[in-house]
Design a protein around this ligand. Structure first.
Ligand code: APR
Length: 247
C-alpha cells in the first residue's frame, strides 16, 4: 500500500482527527510566516515585539507592529487550504482544528471550535486585570490605551515566555491523545509546548502526517511527510478521499 492509500484507509476508519496548524497555512493568503527566509523574524526582533518585556519597554513600538500586522490580516482571506480544513470538519464529526496562528482565517473559512494556542491578534485586553478591551485602539493620540483599572491595554496574543491558555492547551492535548490521524500542517514545530502535540499524538497511537514543503524539527517522527503547500495538497486529499470511498 503506498503512503497516500494508507492515509486514505486510516481516514476512512478514523473518528477523531486533529488538524494542527502553523503560519505556513496562511502563507498562501499573503501572510508572512516567522522562520521562512524573509519571514517576520528575519526582519523584526521577537524579543522587542513579541514579549512582555519588549512591550513594557516600548509599548508604542509594539502597538505599531501589531497595527502593521493587523492591516495585512484585515486585507487577507482564507485560502483553499483553510476551506479544505473547514470541510474536513464536516466530514469527520470529531475533527479538531488546533492552531498556533492568530489571524482567525480558520474561522473565516468556516472552521468551528478552533483551539487557539497563541491567542488572537484581533482582540485586546488589560495587562493588569485581563478585562477584555472592546474600544477601538487609537494610536494617533500617542497615549497608550488604558484600562479603567489603570492597567495597560495589550494585544490578546500570547508572547514569548508567557503561559499558553491552560484550557486551550488541555483541550489540545486531549484531542491529540485521542486522535487516530494527526495532521501537522505549516509549522516548523520549533515552539513548545505546541510543538509537543504531534509527538503526544504519535505516542498515543496516532498516524501523524506532516504537510510542509520543507523538512521540520519533527519530520523524522512522522508516518508520512507530504512535501507540498497546504493550499494545494489539502483540496487534492479530499478529492482522492471521496474517490477512495466510492471505489
Ligand atoms: N504550506 C505548508 N507549509 C508551509 C507553507 C505552505 N504554503 N509555506 C511555508 N510553510 C512552512 C514552512 O516550511 C515552515 O516550516 O510553514 C512553517 C512556518 O514555520 P514558522 O514560520 O516557524 O511558523 P510556526 O511554526 O507557526 O511558528 C510557531 O512561533 O513565532 C512564534 O507565535 C509564533 O505561532 C508562532 C510560533
Amino acid at each position: 500500500m503506498n503512503h497516500l492509500s494508507e492515509l486514505l484507509s486510516r481516514l476512512s476508519t478514523a473518528e477523531n482527527i486533529v488538524i494542527f496548524t502553523g503560519a505556513g497555512v496562511s502563507a498562501e493568503s499573503g501572510i508572512a510566516t516567522f522562520r521562512d527566509p524573509g519571514g517576520l523574524w528575519a526582519k523584526f526582533n521577537p524579543a522587542e515585539l513579541a514579549s512582555a518585556d519588549g512591550f513594557m519597554a516600548n509599548p508604542e513600538r509594539v502597538w505599531g507592529w501589531y497595527q502593521y500586522r493587523r492591516n495585512i490580516i484585515d486585507e487577507s482571506s482564507p485560502n483553499a487550504g483553510h476551506f479544505a480544513m473547514a470541510q474536513m470538519q464536516k466530514m469527520w464529526h470529531r475533527a479538531t482544528v488546533i492552531t498556533q496562528n492568530v489571524d482567525r482565517l480558520h474561522q473565516k473559512a468556516g472552521a468551528r471550535g478552533v483551539i487557539e494556542l497563541h491567542g488572537n491578534i484581533i482582540e485586546n485586553h488589560c495587562f493588569e486585570c485581563s478585562e477584555p478591551y472592546l474600544d477601538e485602539i487609537d494610536l494617533s493620540s500617542n497615549k497608550n490605551p488604558q484600562c479603567g483599572c489603570g492597567g495597560m491595554i495589550r494585544p490578546s496574543v500570547v508572547w514569548f515566555g508567557e503561559m499558553l491558555p491552560a484550557l486551550a492547551m488541555k483541550k489540545a492535548e486531549i484531542s491529540a491523545m485521542k486522535s487516530e490521524v494527526f495532521f501537522s500542517i505549516g509549522t516548523s514545530a520549533e515552539v513548545y509546548p505546541a510543538a509537543n502535540l504531534p509527538i503526544l499524538a504519535k505516542e498515543n497511537g496516532a498516524y501523524v502526517v506532516e504537510v510542509n514543503p520543507n523538512e521540520t524539527a519533527i519530520s523524522d517522527y512522522m508516518n508520512l511527510c507530504v512535501r507540498e503547500n497546504s493550499a494545494e495538497f489539502l483540496p487534492k486529499l479530499l478529492i482522492e478521499y471521496k474517490k477512495f470511498l466510492n471505489k
